[in-house]
Design a protein around this ligand. Structure first.
Ligand code: BMP
Length: 267
C-alpha cells in the first residue's frame, strides 16, 4: 500500500531520476503542491513562478499559450527551478503516433524535452506513444505521466480506458512513472509481476471554495484528493493565481496538501 508510505520511503522505490527527485524534494520542502501557471506572457509566468517557487515542488506549464515564448523562457524557468528547488512539468498532453510525438517532444520551437523534467500523454494512440516519447526522454532522464482520468465533466477517460493506462504504465516503468488521475489505480487490476510497485498520482481539479468553473472543470479539496483518494501531488491553477495574494494562496494550498498527506501516512 504505497499511499501509506512516506514520500521519503517511496523515493527509494523509484529508479527513474526525475521521479526519485520529486519524492525527495517533497519531503525536503514539505510540500506536495504543483502550481499550474496558465498565463499568456513570459513576464507574467516568470513573475508568478519567482513568487511562489519556495512553496511548490512542481511548476506545471502550458508553454504553447505564451504569446512571446523564446529560448530564454526555458533558460529562465530552469534558473528558477534550480533556485527554488522544483521540477518543471510541461502539460503537453501528447496524443499522436510514436514517430510524431518524438518530434513534437524534442523539436519545434519549444524543444520540450530539453527543459521539462516531466511531461504527459494521452493513451488514445496506443502504447507506441510511450515508446516514441521514451526514445527522447529516457536518455535525458525525464519521466512521463499518462492521463488515466480527467477532472472535467463528461470525460471519456473512464472504465477500460483507465485500466489500459495502468497496464501500459506497468509495461513501461523505466519512463512512465505515474498518472494524471483522480484516485489511485493499482488496486483495480492485480499486479502479475508480484514486485512492489509505486506510481505517482498528480491530480488537477483542486480548489478550495469553488466546485467548478462553468466550462466543465470540477474541483475537489486537497483533503479529498490526498487523504480520501490517495493522490500524491495536488495541481492548483486559478486557486493560486486567480484572485487574492499569490504567495498567501500558495501557502494555504501547500499547508492543506501537506496536512492531508501527514494525516494519510499517520505522522
Ligand atoms: P485550474 O486549477 O485553474 O482549473 O487549472 C487546472 C490545470 O490542470 C489546467 O492547466 C488544465 O489544463 C490541467 N488539467 C485539468 O484541469 N484536468 C485534467 O484532467 C488534466 C489537466 O492537465
Amino acid at each position: 500500500m504505497s499511499q501509506l508510505k512516506t514520500y521519503a520511503e517511496r523515493a527509494a522505490l523509484h529508479k527513474n531520476p526525475s521521479a526519485k527527485r520529486l519524492f525527495e524534494l517533497m519531503e525536503r520542502k514539505q510540500s506536495n503542491l504543483s502550481a499550474s501557471v496558465d498565463v499568456t506572457t513570459k513576464a507574467e509566468l516568470l513573475r508568478i513562478t519567482e513568487a511562489i517557487g519556495p512553496y511548490i515542488v512542481v511548476l506545471k506549464t502550458h508553454i504553447d499559450i505564451l504569446s512571446d515564448f523564446d529560448a530564454d523562457t526555458a533558460v529562465q524557468l530552469t534558473r528558477l527551478a534550480d533556485k527554488h528547488d522544483f521540477l518543471i512539468f510541461e502539460d503537453r498532453k501528447f496524443a499522436d503516433i510514436g514517430n510524431t510525438v518524438k518530434l513534437q517532444y524534442s523539436s519545434g520551437v519549444h524543444k520540450i524535452a530539453s527543459w521539462a523534467h516531466i511531461t504527459n500523454a494521452h493513451i488514445v494512440p496506443g502504447e507506441g506513444i510511450v515508446k516514441g516519447l521514451a526514445e527522447v526522454g529516457v536518455p535525458l532522464q525525464r519521466c512521463l505521466l499518462l492521463l488515466a482520468e480527467m477532472s472535467s465533466k463528461g470525460s471519456l477517460a473512464t472504465g477500460e480506458y483507465t485500466l489500459e493506462a495502468l497496464r501500459i504504465a506497468r509495461r513501461n516503468k523505466d519512463f512512465c512513472v505515474g498518472f494524471i488521475g483522480q484516485r489511485r489505480l493499482e488496486g483495480l487490476i492485480p499486479n502479475e509481476t508480484g514486485e512492489e510497485e509505486d506510481f505517482i498520482y498528480m491530480t488537477p481539479g483542486v480548489q478550495l471554495g469553488s466546485k467548478g468553473d462553468g466550462l466543465g472543470q470540477q474541483y475537489r479539496t486537497p483533503r479529498e484528493v490526498v487523504l480520501e483518494c490517495g493522490c500524491d501531488v495536488i495541481i492548483v491553477g486559478r486557486g493560486i493565481y486567480g484572485s487574492g495574494d499569490l504567495v498567501e494562496n500558495a501557502k494555504v494550498y501547500q499547508k492543506a496538501g501537506w496536512d492531508a498527506y501527514l494525516e494519510r501516512v499517520g505522522r
